[in-house]
Design a protein around this ligand. Sequence first.
Ligand SMILES: Nc1ncnc2c1ncn2[C@@H]1O[C@H](COP(=O)(O)OP(=O)(O)OP(=O)(O)O)[C@@H](O)[C@H]1O
Length: 355
Amino acid sequence: MPDDDHSVISARDAKRLFADWKDVPAIVLAVSGGPDSIALMWLAARWRRNLARGPRLIAVTVDHGLRAEAAREARDVKRLARALDLPHRTVRWNGAKPKTGLPAAARAARYQLLAQAARTSGATHILTAHTRDDQAETLLMRMLRGSGIAGLAAMARQSERDGVLLARPFLHISKSQLVATLNRAKIGFADDPTNRDMNFTRPRLRALLPALAAEGGDARNLARLASRLARANAAVEVLADGAERYLALREREASRPGFDAGIAGFKVFDFEAFAAVPEEVRVRLLQRAIDRFGPEGPAELGKVEALLSALDRASATTTGGKRPKLKQTLAGALISLVDGRIRIEQAPPRRRRGD
Ligand SMILES: Nc1ncnc2c1ncn2[C@@H]1O[C@H](COP(=O)(O)OP(=O)(O)OP(=O)(O)O)[C@@H](O)[C@H]1O
């Protein structure tokens, strides 16, 4: 596929872009009415038409009830869907609209509504039109927030959310290619002014991108960095799986009950064995256990790092006996270091409050 930022996406390119999903039964296309998702709908419809057998496509638009024009835009999407011979549904977000954190609340509601629409129409997948530019923005946002490797891996090509698979076929495609494709096909799209509203973080970061690109940090490079970090993150996950198995084996060998968290309702690590694991993997192990037993998780990375340091400090102190050397709650989990072992379990409600 030509990798020119403004090149038109051909039917043959689309075949390659959507190939991973040709054998699934039904797909929801998440179509806001903006250029990226209109291109998604148009290209997916054309791809499907050229297949003898393929998934059922259902276009879904979420009306967040936040802008007066949203209902009209949803009707425009419906009209185009009809012309493309695709079923279309508009679903409305009727929930309370918070004064702060509105974009995050709208996003969470949107994914829930899309997942619901997928389930009711028998679709296993939701395709969104996230582009390379969105990926670059996500990476930047997370860099500024000080995320770890997992966060800097940004958006995955496919991930599970609310019980359905969320897939992003355009993650390596530039927005300008999608716009060029629509312009060539003479297909119109909506312009959402929220995308330029400088009251929100994302548009402010988007405005920085041209200056970064001038220094060589264009969306392509940033998205590539996210891919590399995704690769590193996958490797750390595999290492964490191995370390978890190894530590469980140590517990079994020591004939100490309780290593099987599923049965015991808690997780234990022999401190000495745990300390020998690379730090990044130790962080993951703590995160996983806290996630599992802490009802208020996931725990913030910075807090898990602080816990790790506290465990190290506590283990270095010389107080003997079976008294816990450390007892701390995090995200609803109780973490204690006692008798040379780290124990992680759900905190009693009384302790959870003081988190
Ligand atoms: N109102 C909507 N209805 C249906 N799909 C939508 C809607 N808004 C966004 N989407 C889907 O999500 C994709 C990303 O949109 P956008 O970048 O505006 O979302 P975002 O708020 O940044 O969320 P994310 O964190 O998922 O990137 C769109 O290309 C489209 O596929």
